[in-house]
Design a protein around this ligand. Structure first.
Ligand code: UT7
Length: 323
């Protein structure tokens, strides 16, 4: 006997306020044309004052629980992937646990920036495989708008706020059964951490700091690393590129998505794209895109779904799921 993780529910939540490229161009030296052409982004959601990561995470989590048809009291673990926690400590996940009214289980945050959701999903899947947890809520949530330098046009036009969540449930099966999360693959290269970072935090003189990025360099690594981790995931499962039904990628730049899809020989409409409406929501982007494609009926039972992401660290990873 073995345990495998099934994604039994998804949910997401976006702040009500939408900031279009045209509105942004009134205060930042940029144009709608530049942003659309270089990134594919047309608008982003921005949290209002007081609307924190925990609030967005809780809303997404509630919807995922409802879709899975389970109660928060049945959860063994709440994992929140975020780079924009409400406080330095305690974790945002403990706040979400309290908001959900849970008085059992455990909760913690995962920090892998834009790869955070893939990292959190991998950790959750390993808890399930080890037989240590049966029901897990995995959330990616961010208010990146709070760590942007709104005078730096090379970064502030790229990001948005939001949250996405999944419920993972353990299913007992035979060893070797190819169901649910087939495998997860994580990587990092700390030597490249200066390509994308914040210039603040407890180890510096500034409390929070702002996002700094060498965009062109990050772009170059994203294209290479994502292509290699995708091949690694397929090879680990003896699957071919042509077996993939849906690619649910981290939404940083439409040009990166197009490049990965091309390398996989995938039809553009097999790629779930939300970057035009959400911009880059860091750890929230993959579960936000996943929830979109589950709720609009694109992703169907039995299909093969490939999720991948890359972010600061640099970190990158992939998860292959038989839905
Ligand atoms: O989620 C984590 C992973 N992050 C990523 O994957 C991001 C990866 N990087 C990218 O998506 C792209 O590199 C960017 C969208 C950030 C930038 O696009 P690019 O095609 O690499 O542009 P660039 O940085 O080479 O800049 C080209 C020009 C520069 O002007 P000069 O030097 O050619 O005169 C920039 O100053 O575009 C200028 N520029 C802008 N112009 C108008 C940079 N930002 C803007 C802007 N509006 N917002």
């Amino acid at each position: 006997m073995a345990f495998r993780s099934r994604i039994t529910g998804t949910g997401s939540h976006l702040p009500e306020k939408i900031l279009s490229n045209a509105e942004l161009a009134k205060t930042v030296d940029t144009t709608d044309e530049w942003i659309v052409e270089r990134t594919g982004i047309r608008q982003r959601h921005i949290a209002r004052e007081g609307e924190t990561t925990a609030i967005l995470a809780y809303q997404a989590g509630e919807k995922a629980l409802e879709a899975a048809g389970i109660e928060a009291s049945e959860l063994d673990l709440v994992i929140v992937a975020t780079t924009t926690p409400d406080n330095t400590f305690p974790s945002t996940a403990t706040k979400v646990q309290a908001m959900l009214g849970m008085d059992s289980g455990a909760a913690f945050d995962v920090q892998a920036v834009c790869s955070g959701f893939i990292y959190a999903l991998s950790i959750a899947d390993n808890f399930v495989r080890a037989g240590q947890a049966k029901n897990i809520l995995v959330i990616g949530a961010e208010v990146f708008s709070r760590i942007l330098d709104w005078e730096d046009r090379t970064t502030c036009v790229l990001f948005g706020d939001g949250a996405g969540a999944v419920v993972l449930q353990a299913e007992e099966c035979e060893e070797g059964d190819k169901i649910g999360i087939l495998s997860t693959h994580l990587h990092s290269d700390g030597k490249l951490r200066d390509l994308l970072y914040t210039d603040g935090g407890p180890g510096t003189n500034s409390t929070v700091g702002h996002v700094r990025m060498l965009g062109r360099e990050v772009f170059r690594h994203a294209v290479t690393n994502l292509a290699s981790v995708v091949v690694e995931a397929l090879e680990a499962n003896n699957l071919e590129k042509s077996d993939i039904d849906w690619l649910v990628p981290h939404q940083a730049n439409k040009r990166i998505l197009d490049s990965t899809a091309k390398k996989l020989g995938m039809n553009p409409d097999q790629v779930v794209i939300t970057v035009d409406r959400h911009a880059n929501t860091s750890a929230a982007s993959v579960p936000l895109a996943l929830d979109t494609a589950v709720r609009d009926g694109r992703i169907q039972k039995g299909q093969l779904v490939l999720m991948e992401a890359m972010g600061g660290g640099l970190t990158w990873g992939a998860a292959l799921v038989r839905w």
